[in-house]
Ligand binder design. Structure first.
Ligand code: PLP
Length: 361
């Protein structure tokens, strides 16, 4: 068996130790005689898995008691609708920041439900390469909430600060940055993330909601799209994505063993610094993002000659470095280096890049 270094943006690499544990427990979860996939979500075995996963996530992120943690389906994309359906009704208005491809989609969806004001827009010359200046944000007093995307997965732009929104709840799509470093959860009204980048397998979506924001959904919102439905049933109103929930729980335990989010942050910072350093020190590779807001998780870069892209990708794949092709909207390469990407993987990529430059630069 030869496992590669997988730089996919999502679904992304999982920690090998987690996959091995899941493999060991696949046929018989701890003497239950069943796979987790075969268990009733309401049975005591799965209930213990579910509760342990939530407890570990709460501990890792230091989630205050007045927040609910929901284990949902539908991906971050469903949250693009669920957030306005549950929150915008209070005033009919919401503020959004447009800082990349995912913000853009969130904005388009929210416009179906209310009056959306774009209070920051970093789209310049066909691309997003910067963050809005903290002082430039004019939050509308009558906004029901402010929405932003702390890490834009496609462009590789990550906010260097948490926006100050006063009494207006702040909503964050953290799909590609959740759990990458410690976070002051109390600064947010809602945090949501699809699991397939930094949590676990695709099919699970985690939403962390401040309790006072639950219970205000529009009357016509589908039952499954109301936070109150899930909050009132411990995320078991219907059958939850049980296996994804279990695997996420294994990832949370793995994260605790890495020193929690402070430990992860130190590793992630080292990985990102090494890769950006290699890019900036070469005359051959380029990353277009402002240095103060470069993502720790998604690192897009281009080659001096785009005609070499195909050769770069095929030689990288031969060297065991897979899924480096950039998003079609940005071009070039993208190395996603989430929590599960070991430092050795980043080092292998840097060494390969240097060699490719020597041979082709
Ligand atoms: C991947 C991603 C999404 C889309 O997630 P789905 O789970 O596929 O709906 C949304 N926002 C961000 C920031 C992402 O990285």
């Amino acid at each position: 068996m030869a496992r590669v270094y997988n730089f996919s943006a999502g679904p992304a690499a999982l920690p090998e130790a987690v996959l091995k544990q899941a493999q060991e427990e696949m046929l018989d979860w701890r003497g239950s005689g069943m796979s987790v996939m075969e268990m009733s979500h309401r049975g005591k075995e799965f209930m213990s898995i579910a509760q342990q996963a939530e407890a570990d996530l709460r501990e890792l992120m230091a989630i205050p008691d007045n927040y609910k943690v929901l284990f949902l389906q539908g991906g971050a994309t469903s949250q693009f609708a669920m957030v306005p359906l549950n929150l915008i009704g209070r005033t009919g208005k919401a503020d959004y920041m447009n800082t990349g491809s995912w913000s853009k989609k969130a904005i388009a969806e929210a416009r179906r439900y209310g009056d959306v004001k774009v209070i920051a827009d970093t789209y310049v010359d066909d691309s997003f390469t910067s963050e809005p200046a903290a002082g430039s944000l004019a939050i509308s007093a009558d906004a029901a909430y402010v929405h932003y995307t702390p890490n834009e997965t496609i462009e590789g732009v990550e906010f260097s600060y948490i926006p100050e929104t006063g009494d207006v709840p702040l909503v964050a799509d953290m799909s590609s940055t959740i759990l990458s470093r410690p976070l002051a959860v109390s600064r947010f009204g809602i945090i949501y993330a699809g699991a397939q980048k930094n949590i676990g397998p695709a099919g699970l979506t985690i939403t962390i909601v401040r309790e006072d924001l639950i219970g205000n959904a529009m009357d016509h919102a589908p039952t499954m799209f109301k936070y109150e439905t899930h909050a009132g049933a411990d995320s078991m109103y219907n059958t939850p994505p049980t296996y994804g929930w279990y695997l996420a729980g294994l990832v949370f335990q793995w994260l605790k063993a890495q020193g929690g989010l402070a430990g992860m942050a130190a590793i992630n910072e080292r990985k990102a610094k090494a890769l950006y350093g290699a890019i900036d020190d070469s005359g051959f590779y380029n990353n277009p993002v402002d240095r103060n807001c470069r993502s720790w998780m998604n690192v897009p870069f281009t080659l001096a000659d785009p005609d070499l892209d195909a050769r770069f990708l095929s030689e990288a794949a031969e060297a065991g470095l897979k899924t480096l092709k950039g998003h079609r909207s940005v071009g070039g390469m993208r190395a996603s280096i989430y929590n599960a990407m070991p430092e050795d993987g980043v080092k292998a990529l840097i060494d390969f890049m240097a060699e490719f430059e020597r041979n082709n630069g």
